[in-house]
Write a protein that binds this ligand. Structure first.
Ligand code: AN0
Ligand code: CP
Length: 327
């Protein structure tokens, strides 16, 4: 595996989930695999979970880890080609990438969407430059349009908490309000991975927040949040800004003042419409904006197991990369 961006990159999902359970039983099983190998984790944006869980995954595999916070101590990087560099950016990504690649055996990238140029973001311009110019395996730690380590951890969490083998679980991805403009990477990947998994998948959001069709796939879209929640076994809440599918000029925007959208906040009444559903969110979450205190604190909340499974999804992915380097 030379690149980890999409669900297809991991191959058969049942096999990947079986490997996740194998790692969970003994997370140091492959501790010899990464000896004298170095993972470089490059962060253009903030992180708590991805930073810690991916480092832990590398340590589980016996690797060395270098973490680079681009905005805290490195030269400010220009990412676009053709720019006259007379501003505050001292170095171009096109030199920085091959330099970074000298010191490591694989590179993880966190680089959020800029949310101003849809074409630039949806072409995964920054990630693809790392693939092209590093010559090393590259994996996404949330890029412009996807967050596959999160979606894989979410799928592991759903599988572990779904005991009723006679029925496919109903999984609902719901938009929820937020004061700031957030990327679409988490809902995009969640939709992509749920479409590939054996679940009944529904997406609900206010009009104007339609996700890119390449991620929606065959999922059912229900604009009535209450109808969508009926009979749900898992509620996955997330805010995202306008993906610009129907109105490209609205790309990256918050379409309505969040004060007028609080009826989308997931609270106890919303959960009462479901089949005693489990509540999920990737974190970080704004309480009483996305979800009420009582719902996130209830025993049916899976937010901490999801975060714990980030170590497992990352260990499987880094192991796969090491195994493909060994042959
Ligand atoms: C980011 C996002 O919405 O993509 C990271 C989530 C894992 N969240 C924020 O910026 C608050
Ligand atoms: N869920 C997630 O990726 O969290 P961080 O942004 O803290 O890494």
């Amino acid at each position: 595996m030379n690149s980890f961006l999409n669900v297809q990159d991991i191959g058969d999902l049942r096999q990947a989930l079986a490997e996740a359970q194998e790692i969970k039983k003994d997370r140091y099983k492959y501790v010899e695999l990464g000896r004298n190998k170095t993972a470089l984790l490059v962060f253009f944006n903030n992180s708590l979970r991805t930073r810690l869980s991916t480092q832990k995954a590398a340590l589980n595999l016996g690797m060395n880890v270098i973490v680079l916070d681009v905005n805290a101590g490195a030269w400010k990087l220009e990412t676009e080609r053709g720019v006259i560099m007379d501003g505050d950016k001292s170095e171009h990504l096109l030199e920085a990438i091959p330099v970074m690649a000298c010191y490591c055996d694989m590179i993880g990238i966190r680089s959020f969407a800029g949310l101003t140029d849809r074409e630039y973001d949806y072409a995964e311009t920054v990630y693809n430059q790392f693939v092209k110019y590093s010559g090393k395996p590259v994996f996404a730690m949330e890029t412009a349009t996807v967050h596959p380590l999160q979606a894989f951890a979410d799928l592991i969490t759903i599988q572990e908490s779904w005991m009723e083998s006679e029925k496919r679980p109903k999984v609902v991805l719901t938009w929820a309000p937020h004061p700031k403009s957030l990327p679409q990477a988490v809902p995009n990947s969640f939709a992509q991975w749920m479409n590939a998994a054996d679940v009944d998948f529904v997406i609900t959001h206010p009009e104007g927040y339609e996700l890119d069709p390449k991620f929606v796939g065959n999922a059912r879209v229900e604009y009535d949040q209450k109808k969508a929640f009926e009979g749900a076994d898992f509620i996955y809440a997330k805010n995202w800004s306008c993906p610009g599918v129907t109105r490209p000029q609205d790309y990256g925007k918050v379409l309505h003042d969040y004060h007028t959208m609080t009826h989308w906040t997931v609270d106890a009444e919303h959960m009462s419409w479901t089949n005693n559903a489990k509540f999920m969110h990737c974190l970080p979450v704004r309480r009483n904006m996305i979800v009420s205190d009582d719902v996130i604190e209830a025993p049916t909340s899976l937010v901490i197991p999801e975060a714990a499974n980030r170590e497992i999804s990352a260990t499987v992915v880094l192991k796969r990369i090491l195994q493909s380097q060994a042959v």
